[in-house]
Design a binder for this molecule. Structure first.
Ligand code: GDP
Ligand code: MG
Length: 218
């Protein structure tokens, strides 16, 4: 490596952009869920959230609303509401496409011929009961994650330089003042003292009290 190249190397850790997707262990594979979760982890995914639920037919139709009107829609809804399922938010780089690739083609019978190592070939039952679900795209992953985990934060979490910038813009100036004051005061319980100080000196605090209320003229 030449000196010129070495000078260009950034000392910052590489940015890791983690993507999330929704995986479902469908009713026909629920008895193998431990084994499947183990494969998910061994395939480099983190399991961020997990819920075991039994969908009503209405919920199953809602989840698969994009297929409304198709010939298999009614039996798909019956299948997906026939027993408990496990919904998982899983994450790694390129999670959406990687999980789709890992589970394989939709039709289990065809998958067994063309992709015998894929998870649907191993755990699926037939052309409909194919053991696993994966979101199709970023848009559908957002919708599907929110469907099962309405409280989850979907916005990308800032990492690396973006989080440093955020902290230095939004937090550090106030925190620095608070810590300086703390060192001067040296209270017995510094954490509680700092918490109170931050509440009192929060620059984003609503300033309703400072507003002048116009009294109506009589
Ligand atoms: P996926 O993204 O691979 O899950 O496939 P789709 O989004 O196209 O379909 C959703 C689910 O409907 C599939 O996972 C199957 O369970 C079921 N399905 C899809 N196509 C067919 C079909 O042609 N016949 C039947 N019986 N079921 C189907
Ligand atoms: Mg699909």
């Amino acid at each position: 490596m030449t000196g010129e190249n070495a000078d260009n190397i950034s000392m910052d850790p590489p940015h890791i952009y983690v993507e999330r997707t929704l995986a479902i262990i469908k009713p026909d594979a629920i008895h193998k869920s431990e084994e499947i979760e183990d494969i998910i982890l061994r395939s480099g995914f983190a399991i961020l959230q997990k819920r075991r639920v039994h969908l009503t037919p209405e919920q199953a139709s809602d989840f698969y609303s994009e297929h409304y009107g198709k010939l298999f829609f009614a039996s798909l809804v019956a299948y997906m509401s026939s027993g408990p399922i496990i919904a998982l938010v899983i994450a790694r780089d390129q999670a959406i496409s990687y999980w789709k690739e890992l589970i394989g083609p939709t039709n289990t019978n065809k998958a067994r011929q063309t992709h015998p190592d894929c998870l649907r070939a191993i755990y699926g039952t037939d052309d409909q009961r194919n053991a696993l679900h994966g979101s199709e795209s970023f848009m559908s992953s957002e919708r599907e994650i929110r469907f099962f985990f309405p409280d989850s934060i979907i916005e990308p979490v800032p990492v690396g330089q973006a989080s440093k910038d955020y902290l230095s813009r939004k937090v550090n100036p106030t925190l620095l003042k608070g810590l300086t004051e703390l060192c001067k005061q040296k209270p017995l319980d510094p954490v509680i003292w700092l918490a109170d100080w931050l509440l009192e000196n929060n620059p984003n605090k609503p300033r309703v009290g400072a507003m002048k209320v116009q009294e109506p003229d009589n």
